[in-house]
Design a protein around this ligand. Structure first.
Ligand SMILES: Nc1ncnc2c1ncn2[C@@H]1O[C@H](COP(=O)(O)OP(=O)(O)O)[C@@H](O)[C@H]1O
Ligand SMILES: [Mg+2]
Length: 249
């Protein structure tokens, strides 16, 4: 465990869709300046967990604490104001708008003044130089990887402290996945707390400081990334072959 206080603490989260429970008992932490990778096979409940943290799915039991305050009953737009940004899986940008117009739209959630918007946009260009180079181009003309970076940039316009990323590598060529992970590395170095959901385990492990693995809506493994010297351990966790004594935190 890290010595610093987590920015996000989820405890015994239970959530789902209507009466259907798909997240049974999830606890995890995300720290400022660090990446927690949330892994697990398809259908494990990763996206549902992110949706509950973002306030899009109801928390039926347990707590979501942000900076020491319970936000589990707080509306999603209020959580955005409190620093939560969520880049959904397969997030689409507006193809017929320019890169810059897409970014400016991202700033509207904060009702920023024009000068603050400009400042924010140039901060995003510093983080993602490719977006600066292509600022006047239509978003739809960019590659999949660049569009993913634009989607992240758009979320960053709200000046979050916590970034929830759902499978940013999804649908991207392996070479591009590395580039996206490099940007995630840069983002965490700015002090942002990142919760990274991934199917691409090795890519996620290249930036992860902490790892939480889910299976069927429950945590089956929770460990510091540095303590995982063998990715086979992760694979076992994926397929439910984890001993109770492995559930260390
Ligand atoms: N909108 C929905 N309505 C009902 N069930 C859903 C919905 N979305 C996902 N589920 C179910 O919730 C479970 C967890 O899904 P999900 O959170 O998307 O997993 P993951 O992101 O790990 O692949 C799955 O059994 C899935 O079928
Ligand atoms: Mg998912």
């Amino acid at each position: 465990m890290s010595e610093t206080t987590p920015l996000l603490s989820v405890r015994n989260l239970e959530s789902g869709y209507g009466d259907l429970r798909v997240v049974w008992d999830v606890s995890l932490d995300v720290w400022p300046g660090r990446v927690t990778a949330l892994l697990g096979r398809n259908g494990a409940g990763k996206t549902s967990t992110l949706r509950a943290i973002a306030g899009l799915n109801k928390v039926s039991a347990g707590t979501v604490e942000l900076d020491g305050r319970d936000v589990s009953k707080v509306a999603s737009h209020q959580r955005v104001r409190r620093g939560v940004a969520y880049v959904q899986e397969g997030k689409r940008v507006f193809h017929r708008l320019t890169v810059e117009q897409n970014l400016i739209l991202g700033g509207y959630v904060r009702r920023m003044r024009r000068s603050a918007l400009r400042q924010e946009v140039s901060r995003i260009y510093d983080l993602f130089p490719v977006l600066g180079e292509k600022r006047a181009m239509l978003a739809g003309s960019m590659s999949g990887g660049q569009q993913q970076m634009l989607a992240i940039g758009q979320a960053l316009m709200a000046e979050p402290t916590l970034l929830l990323l759902d499978e940013p590598s999804g649908g991207l060529a392996p070479a591009i996945v590395g580039e996206v992970m490099e940007r995630v590395q840069v983002l965490k170095e700015t002090g942002l707390a990142v919760l990274l959901v991934e199917q691409a385990v090795e890519a996620a492990m290249s930036v992860a400081d902490h790892v939480t693995v889910l299976d069927i809506g429950r945590v089956v493994m929770d460990a510091e990334a540095a303590a995982i010297d063998d990715l086979a351990v992760l694979r076992d966790a994926y397929f439910g072959r984890v001993q109770a004594d492995r559930r260390t935190s």
